[in-house]
Design a protein around this ligand. Structure first.
Ligand SMILES: [Zn+2]
Length: 297
């Protein structure tokens, strides 16, 4: 997951500066044949663009997420009370479609359009799983993850048909139900909040690049160690910036998380600290974890 921060600081919605308590996530689709998120970022980042403002755009060519508002900023995306509770994210749409009125469109290259829609769908799944973790939301709970269309049916959003109209028009099997299920699966059943274990350091928030790496390098190598390991610590396992429980924590990996080791490690306090790599909540971590809480698979 690649999140590029491009806040719409000139948009009156950004300037209004209102905050919300995030209770849900609304999925949108832009409703015009423009795959590039950067085009929307440019057009919407204007003082005279007072019609709308969302929290992010997903680029249909790359799957990159352009974050355009802080997640807990009140957006203007739902055209109703959903603005007070929901984060709103737009998926960009394929260049090869042409709207013929309302939600109807023709398509000059169906395969390319489907590939673009698949790209934004998958990126949205990853982002929504990440946000559900961050805001402690259950993606399957009624009203938590909704489309703009569903928001209208619930009386919390204006009358739009996105994004289901796009999937349907392209003959794809995606629905909001498949979407919610995919978000749940992406979260992997991990508890949204993990208490720290083996030390009391607070995890460092990840950078917007989606990659967090230890400061220290591994000192030793043993080919026999290389392989996949599972976390055994019931309360989760810290991945740290160096070997030893006094080193800063990068994240807490829930029990059962699978991590990779390529044979590198550092001894600290008589314990092997394995230099591991893992993707957790969409962020790739490289760092050290105590071998005492890792079981080779
Ligand atoms: Zn919408």
């Amino acid at each position: 997951m690649n999140i590029i921060q491009s806040y719409l600081t000139n948009n009156p919605c950004y300037k209004a500066g209102r905050k919300i308590t995030v209770k849900g996530l609304m999925l949108h689709s832009v409703g015009c044949p423009q795959p590039k998120a950067s085009v929307f970022v440019k057009n919407w980042n204007r003082a005279d663009y007072d019609r709308a403002c969302v929290h992010g755009f997903i680029d249909a060519n790359t799957g990159d997420i352009h974050q355009t508002l802080p997640w807990n900023h009140r957006g203007w995306h739902g055209g109703g009370s959903s603005n007070n509770t929901h984060i709103g994210v737009e998926m960009c749409e394929p260049a090869t479609i042409k709207y013929t009125g309302g939600a109807s469109f023709t398509c000059s290259d169906r395969a390319a359009a489907q590939a673009a829609a698949k790209r934004t769908y998958e990126a949205a799944v990853e982002l929504f799983a990440h946000l559900c973790q961050q805001y402690n939301l259950d993606p399957l709970k009624d009203g938590v993850i909704v489309s703009h269309r569903e928001g209208h049916a619930r009386g919390i959003a204006s009358n739009h048909g996105d994004p289901e109209h796009l999937w349907k028009g392209l003959g794809m099997s995606y629905t909001m139900d498949t979407f919610r299920a995919a978000v749940k699966a992406k979260m992997g059943g991990a508890a949204p909040v993990q208490p720290p274990a083996q030390g009391t350091n607070t995890p460092t928030p990840p950078t917007s690049k989606g990659e967090v790496k230890a400061k220290d390098a591994a000192k030793s190598f043993d080919k026999a160690l290389a392989g996949t390991y599972a976390v055994t610590a019931g309360a989760g396992l810290h991945i740290r910036t160096g070997a030893g429980s006094s080193k800063a924590s990068l994240a807490v990996l829930p029990k059962g998380t699978k991590v990779r080791n390529y044979g590198y490690y550092t001894m600290a306090g008589g314990v092997k600290w394995l230099y591991i790599q893992v993707t957790y909540q969409g962020v790739q971590y490289t760092g050290f974890s105590s071998s005492e809480y890792l079981k080779k698979q």
